[in-house]
Design a protein around this ligand. Structure first.
Ligand SMILES: Cc1cc2nc3c(=O)[nH]c(=O)nc-3n(C[C@H](O)[C@H](O)[C@H](O)COP(=O)(O)OP(=O)(O)OC[C@H]3O[C@@H](n4cnc5c(N)ncnc54)[C@H](O)[C@@H]3O)c2cc1C
Length: 385
């Protein structure tokens, strides 16, 4: 099919799909606010996809290769940095096995005890509570807004239209097929509709999908330490991650929690998260004892979680013909963005993707799935000490 395609949502999922589809389709993106105004624009931009998509390595490889090729497009930069996981489980032999398994698949991953990590990063990390560290070389960070805007620019240069401040209120469905959408500015007809509206996707698409809104929290710490060349890192004990920021600050994130009132607006972090950051960073990175909280942020609208942490990208069998949904990017949507856009294209254009699509099917879940993750607290109040 090469007819008109409407994409609802100008986050990285919708924009990535527009970029993939625009060269040979008529594509219009409908975004109720501005591009990247949802989770995308608030993200930390870590690209640790080899670690976080450990079971989906073909998609991880696709994303990493995309970022390397996309580096230098417009204003976009991929700051390649190793990703250091400071681990509390399993014991060191288990970490060595993990690393060897990644190496068998061609990824540069190594396991370390405190001494060998210190050989590489002298006096950088305090590992007194850890069993070891795993270092992933295929990693880095991006500025999420610049990434999304550059992807949008490429889509537009290929003929896509992006309409901001246009809210979609419902799909136009007739005879079991989708024929377009209704917006606050009237009806728009199309042959296919992609709904990539974050956790609002199930309601908007009118299909039952297991996604729940959750928020991450972030903070920037000022420091006199020279951290520009620091690796990106994650501490399994506190579940905090960090990376250097453009301006010499340390950007820290974590403290994720499920949002019990999805409509509620919150743009500041909770006290417990600030305490967690203040109590953890100087312990883990002794050079940062002078680090002070400069700013903090949380994504007001939140991201979408799924029970198995992988996105849902599918033409759902319980939805109308011509509908594709893309949701549940689960805190990894920036790093997985290239694969997500490519997977959406595969569904719309009825093509294969360069990686398996089955892991992202909408019907893969148990009827009563568990929503427990060690890194997503049930409530905001439970995100800190
Ligand atoms: C604080 C924070 C830190 C993060 N850090 C990282 C990280 O380091 N690395 C990483 O890979 N990921 C990270 N993420 C996750 C990542 O940001 C998300 O997974 C990803 O951006 C989700 O993209 P999306 O397009 O699905 O959703 P969104 O970016 O939320 O986009 C959905 C869009 O749909 C629009 N919309 C909704 N309803 C309608 C409607 N009715 N009509 C029209 N438009 C509508 C919204 O306005 C929004 O712009 C982080 C997220 C947060 C919040």
């Amino acid at each position: 099919m090469t007819g008109d395609i409407l994409i609802v949502g100008g986050g990285i999922a919708g924009l990535g799909a527009a970029r993939e589809l625009a060269p040979d389709h008529d594509v219009t993106v409908l975004e109720r606010d501005g591009i990247a105004s949802g989770a995308t624009g608030h993200a930390s931009g870590l690209v640790s996809v080899v670690a976080d998509y450990a079971e989906r390595r073909e998609a991880a490889r696709y994303s990493i290769e995309f970022f390397r090729e996309f580096d230098g497009t417009g204003q976009f930069s991929f700051h390649e940095r190793p990703f250091v996981q400071l681990r509390t489980t399993p014991e060191l032999p288990g970490l060595r096995e993990e690393a060897a398994d990644f190496r068998d698949d061609g990824f540069a991953v190594t396991a370390h005890d405190g001494t060998s990590l210190a050989d590489r990063y002298p006096e950088m990390f305090d590992m007194s509570v850890h069993t070891g560290a795993v270092v992933f070389e295929d990693a880095g960070w991006v500025d999420p807004y610049t990434y999304a805007a550059t992807v949008a620019d490429e889509a537009v240069s290929e003929g896509a239209e992006i309409r901001t401040n246009t809210e979609v209120t419902e799909l136009v469905v007739d005879g079991g097929a989708v024929h377009g959408v209704r917006t606050d500015d009237g009806e728009i007809r199309a042959d296919q509709v992609v709904v990539a509206a974050g956790w609002r996707t199930p309601d908007l698409a009118g299909v039952d999908l297991p996604v729940r809104p959750f928020r991450y929290q972030t903070a920037n710490l000022e420091t006199t330490a020279e951290i520009e060349d620091y690796p990106i890192a994650w501490d399994q004990e506190s579940r905090l991650y960090w990376r250097p920021e453009h301006n010499g600050d340390l950007h820290v994130g974590g403290g994720a929690y499920y949002v019990s009132e999805p409509g509620s607006i919150r743009s500041s972090t909770v006290e417990g998260f600030k305490r967690l950051v203040a109590g953890t960073i100087p312990d883990r990175v002794p050079a940062l004892t002078d680090a002070r909280l400069a700013t903090d942020d949380t994504c007001p609208s939140g991201d979408a979680a799924t029970p198995d942490h992988l996105p849902i990208i599918d033409s759902p069998t319980n939805g109308p013909v011509g509908l594709v949904v893309a949701t549940g990017l689960h805190g990894f949507g920036i790093m997985a963005g290239p694969a997500v856009g490519r997977a959406i294209r595969a569904h719309v254009a009825e093509e294969d993707a360069p990686f398996p699509l089955e892991p992202y099917r909408a019907d893969r879940f148990d009827p009563n799935p568990s929503w427990e993750f060690p890194y997503i607290a049930p409530t905001a109040a439970e995100t800190g000490p």
